[in-house]
Ligand binder design. Sequence first.
Ligand code: PTJ
Length: 252
Amino acid sequence: MSTDIPKGHPRYESLIQREKIKKAYNEGILADSGMIAHGRGETFDYLLGEKTTETGKIATKIGAQLLLNEKNSLISINGNVTALVANEIIELAYLTESKIEINLFYRTPQRVANIELKLMENDFVKKGLVEVLGKNNEDLKYIDGIKSPRATASENGIYNADLVLVSLEDGDRCEVLKESGKFIIAIDLNPLSRTAQMADLTIIDNIVRSIPLLIKEVINIKENNKYIDDNIIKKFSNKKNLKESLNIIRNF
Ligand code: PTJ
């Protein structure tokens, strides 16, 4: 059931996200477990004050620079990401010349087709300006270590990418991606999740805020030459970043 949510509602943003999640489920884009994952995210978002933290902002700036630096970068998307930020992800991929890959934990041919259809509504994809991989007609390989449908990877995409941006990812797969030598940027609201802990750079933020902010930072770097200094990148400690995020939650 869809509801008209009044703009003045104190939980407007949160309720709009729920509507998007429900719609994507009804369209066969979201896995049923995607609703549970979203609920877990909501809890952490609440505890983080439902805004991008200072540590989240720094991680995002660095993430933007790394995405621009890396020529072989890939953005992995699943049902939840498609539900919440499909167009924004495509814009980010376009701006950073990254490929997109549909990579599902609960992979079914029907869900892949539904997600592909959704992405095809976007002009960048329609015009072939952003490449979408991981589709049904591809001969997918298995990422070493996980012999299940959720571990499939396109040879020209995740399998051979040097930098992978993952969001709302499963910890096992993040670990395997990391072990295969890739640099992993993760977006996850839970600083304790295995994905957050395994990644090289974790943006602890809601994807609905972090992707638009990544886009803003990428544009800032490209158009205003606001490069992030190498020293800042080298000095960045993901462990410290996660600890600071946990402290924010503790002091809530
Ligand atoms: O579409 P599929 O088949 O690939 O399935 C996707 C889900 C999300 C169901 C699957 O990857 C899964 O079960 O994920 P987990 O293990 O529940 O992990 C999801 C993580 O994302 C949790 O740490 C949540 O806190 C976090 N999260 C949830 N919503 C958001 C979020 N992080 C950022 N932004 C959100 N909006």
